[in-house]
Ligand binder design. Structure first.
Ligand code: FES
Ligand code: FES
Length: 158
């Protein structure tokens, strides 16, 4: 079937089987491999993307469900010059990236949180990351990086 939607703020139309997941659509049909494939049952958050402003596990979304909707993947998160944005830069600066496998999902969870709650508490950041597993157990630095991003964005808005 033809699936048409907005991907990282660009319209796309892609022919794909109707019985695949959004994760498979992104990785196998659109060659966007930043969303990671791990548990495939909604338990790890490695495949997280933002669908119409909401964080979702793309392994649990049927590809046809995104028709007419807006999907943001890690490939759509970047600074205006195409380099790392402030959140990604903070993940680097705070030492939040170890093996890196969970990091695209963590960044998407952080961005989804700040869309809804621009100045979260550390506890709210932890709750927002509850569905994202880091096998390297780098949670402290990940929370630090998201908190620093929220604070610097708040300063820029002031
Ligand atoms: S691969 Fe989707 S939640 Fe783990
Ligand atoms: S940095 Fe390795 S899984 Fe999180």
């Amino acid at each position: 079937m033809l699936i048409q939607f907005t991907l990282n703020n660009q319209p796309v139309a892609v022919e794909a089987p109707s019985d695949i997941t959004l994760l498979a659509l992104l990785r196998d049909h659109l060659r966007l491999t930043g969303s990671k494939e791990a548990c495939e049952v909604g338990e790890c958050g490695a495949c997280s993307v933002i669908l119409d402003g909401e964080l979702v596990n793309s392994c649990l979304v049927a590809a046809p469900q995104v028709s007419g909707r807006s999907v943001i993947t890690i490939e759509g998160v970047r600074a205006p010059d195409g380099g790392p944005n402030d959140m990604q830069q903070n993940f680097i600066s705070y030492g939040a990236v170890q093996c890196g496998f969970c990091i695209p999902g963590m960044i998407m969870a952080g961005e989804a949180l700040l869309l809804k709650n621009p100045q979260p508490t550390r506890q709210q950041i932890r709750v927002a990351l509850a569905g994202n597993l880091c096998r390297c157990t780098g949670y402290q630095q990940i929370v630090d990086a998201i908190e620093a991003t929220a604070k610097s964005r708040a300063r820029q808005r002031a």
